[in-house]
Design a protein around this ligand. Structure first.
Ligand code: SGN
Ligand code: CA
Length: 520
């Protein structure tokens, strides 16, 4: 019998392969800016003192992906890559300032919908155009607000009392309750947390207030030999907004924030009583900051600690949400036949190189957490070590549902690798990356690059600056060895690989001009 190949008018139902009830449901949980360093299953020292036991449950029930990366480390673009299974140049959503996601194109939810799935998205969407391919959607307005946020549904916008993470969890469970139980479902639960400006739920205001987090060894990076790294604006001690981000007040016993450029999305969203409780919760700590003279270095270190306290307290509610959803599935007999994915739209710096935010192809921003459970198919406590990328999510999930991915999807299915725990011979050896948003927030220059097992090559193409890192001897990417004696051969190899990937993915000439113009 013929299996469904792609969406179109003359479709054959995937029920030919799976019966209705056999086909797995999918709960795709994605948070915003959640770094691997802050998920305890990944083992980073920061996460060991701010654990995420519920997110870890997914890894215990299934697989942890050790080498998963994004294709463009920014929210809108990464979401577009996930929906389409294609790189940014192919799905058209290059940057957050891109006009609109073209919702008429083929996407994962559309294909699932056409195969009899009920589809829904609840939470952050961030693609400007209205969601397509979803039977139900209830999304935040753009970045969304933490406190008493607005949610948009078809033809309506309403403000809800409560905390964004909890509301998204509640709406998701309500949708699960009300869904048509005769059909399989695909539910995307997209949290705003722990995106800037890191407002924890009130019950977590005091969590971590006495915890001291380990300062990354590269916190005081001088960016020597790295032009773009030197010229960014995402430094914790130079670029953070003290009130908005770090919850610092203007002086001893002050009720005003030190600096909040967007009061309407933060402080202004709380009721006067909520504002009062927030200020009280931080008052003693904020007064303590002003109680003694501090050197610049001490202030920089203090800011790191405050950043970690608010960021990780914000993560806590996401972890609770995952616990509630996994519990719901178990309590409703859905855990056996439901794929649960936990990921974040990209990685994030937690003080590495002195930074917050992402965008760069360096380490922690490029790395994208991925945990996945599917009982009876993915063994508990398994590890996926092959190189995977967010463009693989759509073809892989389709594969798990017995639906053949359309040929123009650029990602590949990692189903077999996840099921067997083994990297097949012939699995990809390199990854292509491209970040476009310059000028833009945080001033990270546009670049593309290739990552192989040991080396990473990056090209800041507007400036025609190349960087090469040996990840084995320099895991923090502090020493740009491009042009150094002895690196000629490996540079040639990586450039060849880059050319190969750009050709394979049909990257338009305008995004690979270097092949004609580069001085090197
Ligand atoms: C906001 C943030 C930036 C962040 C972008 C993109 N500022 O503009 O720090 O880089 O979002 O983030 S904020 O103070 O307004 O939050 S993304 O994850 O949506 O791509
Ligand atoms: Ca993000």
């Amino acid at each position: 019998m013929k299996r469904l190949l792609t969406i179109g008018v003359s479709m054959v139902s995937a029920a030919s392969v799976f019966s209705q009830t056999d086909r797995p449901n999918i709960v795709f949980i994605m948070s915003d800016d959640h770094a691997e360093q802050a998920i305890s299953a990944y083992g980073h020292p920061i996460s060991q003192i701010a654990r995420t036991p519920n997110i870890d449950r997914i890894a215990q029930n299934g697989a942890i992906f050790r080498n998963n990366y994004c294709a463009n480390s920014l929210s809108g673009p990464s979401r577009a890559c996930i929906l389409t299974g294609k790189h940014s140049h192919a799905n058209g959503f290059l940057a957050n300032w891109s006009k609109k996601f073209d919702g008429s194109q083929q996407t994962l939810p559309k294909i699932l919908q056409a195969n009899g799935y009920q589809t829904a998205i609840i939470g952050k969407w961030h693609l400007i155009s209205e969601p397509t391919g979803f039977d139900y959607w209830k999304i935040l307005n753009d970045q969304g607000e933490y406190n008493n946020p607005d949610f948009i549904t078809k033809g309506d916008t309403a403000q809800y009392n409560g905390y964004a993470t909890d509301l998204i969890t509640g709406f998701s469970k309500e949708w699960l309750d009300k869904r048509d139980k005769t059909k399989p479902f695909f539910l995307m639960v997209h949290h705003k947390a722990p995106h800037r400006n890191w407002v924890p739920a009130e019950r977590h205001y005091h969590l971590y207030e006495d915890t001291v987090f380990p300062l990354p060894p590269t916190y005081f990076d001088d960016y020597e030999g790295r032009f773009a790294a030197k010229n960014q604006k995402m430094n914790i001690y130079k670029d953070m907004f003290e009130g908005h981000d770090l919850k610092m007040t203007a002086g001893i016993n002050s009720d005003s924030l030190l600096y909040d450029p967007w009061p309407n999305v933060f402080f202004g969203r709380m009721t006067p009583v909520e504002r009062e409780r927030f200020l009280e919760a931080y008052r003693e700590r904020n007064n303590e900051f002003y109680s003694k003279k501090r050197t610049e270095k001490e202030i920089a270190e203090w800011k790191f600690q405050r950043f970690m306290q608010v960021y990780l307290a914000t993560v806590k509610s996401v972890d609770e949400s995952v616990g509630e959803i996994v519990d719901y599935l178990e309590q409703n007999g859905l855990d056996e036949n439901t794929i649960v994915v936990y990921t974040s739209d990209q990685g994030f710096y937690l003080g590495e190189h002195g930074w917050f935010d992402k965008r760069f192809m360096y380490g922690e921003s490029f790395e994208m957490p991925l945990l996945m459970q599917y009982k009876g198919h993915i063994a508990p406590h398994s590890q996926v070590n092959g190189l995977t990328q967010n463009i693989d999510f759509a073809p892989s999930l389709l594969d798990f549902c017995g639906i053949k991915a359309p040929k123009d999807m650029q990602g590949v299915s990692f189903k077999k690798m996840a099921e067997s725990g083994k990297t097949p011979t012939g699995w990809r050896k390199s990854l292509y990356y491209h970040y476009y948003e310059f000028p833009g927030f945080h001033s990270v220059r546009a670049h593309y690059g290739v990552k192989m097992d040991r080396y990473k090559l990056m090209h800041f193409y507007k400036e025609d600056i190349w960087e090469l890192y040996d990840l084995e001897t320099d895991k923090h990417e502090m020493h740009n060895i491009y042009d150094q004696k002895g690196t000629e051969k490996i540079t040639r190899k990586l450039k060849q690989e880059l050319v190969k990937l750009q050709a394979q993915y049909d990257v338009p000439q305008e995004f690979r001009e270097w092949q004609n113009n580069s001085k090197k």
